[in-house]
Write a protein that binds this ligand. Structure first.
Ligand SMILES: [Zn+2]
Length: 255
């Protein structure tokens, strides 16, 4: 028998299965997304002491089963619980959104260490610094980049006209085209979201930033108002389903 795989992992989702089991979806550092069955997890909490809670960072031990898409989960040893993230509705909404969009953009069994690290660091930042729509926007842009869905912000997707072009005309963010369109090209896309040059410039700068939210990259309320719907629509288009946690975020307008 092969020895089990061992990897750090974050719990993305879990749901009951039968009388006593749970099915759990993890984002792992070494094996991409892994979904497995945790036998007895509903009844005996001894083997999985608080480690199958949403957002938990654990050391996962699992093994693939022949003829089954579900792995067998042997054990989860706690690394970090992110307890602070469950202390307010705002933090739960943010953390749930981080997890939901990462889950949607990460591939099953596609190793992507940067996406794993980005989610882990994002949850740590949220726990230690509290909620911020600027940080949320940074998290989204970097997640899109690391998972291979980076929107083109530096030139028009159709005619290649470079941004910034020195004019004050509106650009448009088009999920279907994979990035921005200049004014003339956007007339073909009625559903594209208009963006001022100021908002587009701020997003482009944030997309290229290396560290987590340097102070000068904090976005103004006006830029957030323009860019939030554009990004949520872009992510929704890539995931190809409604984001359950997105509507709750806009209720917390802390920039
Ligand atoms: Zn164009």
């Amino acid at each position: 028998m092969r020895s089990p795989c061992v990897t750090p992992a974050i719990v993305l989702r879990s749901w009951p299965f039968g009388e006593s089991d749970k099915i759990v979806s993890f984002l792992t550092e070494r094996y991409g997304k892994v979904t497995g069955i945790a036998k007895g997890a509903k009844r005996s909490r001894r083997r999985f002491v608080n480690t199958l809670e949403l957002f938990s960072l654990v050391n996962l031990r699992f093994q693939d089963r022949p003829h089954s898409a579900l792995a067998f989960v042997y054990a989860c040893d706690p690394i970090r619980h992110f307890k602070e993230l469950t202390t307010s509705l705002e933090k739960i909404a943010y953390a749930s959104y981080f997890v939901e969009i990462t889950d949607g953009l990460a591939g099953e069994r596609e190793e992507n260490r940067r996406v794993f690290e980005h989610l882990r660091e994002g949850l740590i930042f949220l726990e230690e610094n509290g909620i911020s729509l600027s940080f949320l926007t940074f998290f989204e842009l970097k997640l899109l980049k690391f998972s291979g869905y980076q929107p083109t912000l530096e030139h028009c997707r159709r005619c290649k006209k470079k941004f910034p072009d020195g004019s004050q005309i509106l650009w448009h963010f088009s999920p279907r085209d994979g990035g921005v369109l200049c004014g003339p090209c956007s007339t073909l896309r009625k559903e594209a979201v208009p963006l001022s040059s100021e908002a587009l410039g701020a997003l482009a700068e944030l997309q290229e930033a290396n560290s987590i939210l340097p102070h000068h990259l904090a976005l103004s309320p006006a830029i957030l108002k323009e860019s939030r719907p554009a990004l949520v629509r872009f992510i929704q288009f890539q995931i190809n389903k409604e984001l359950k946690s997105a509507p709750f975020l806009e209720a917390f307008s802390c920039a």
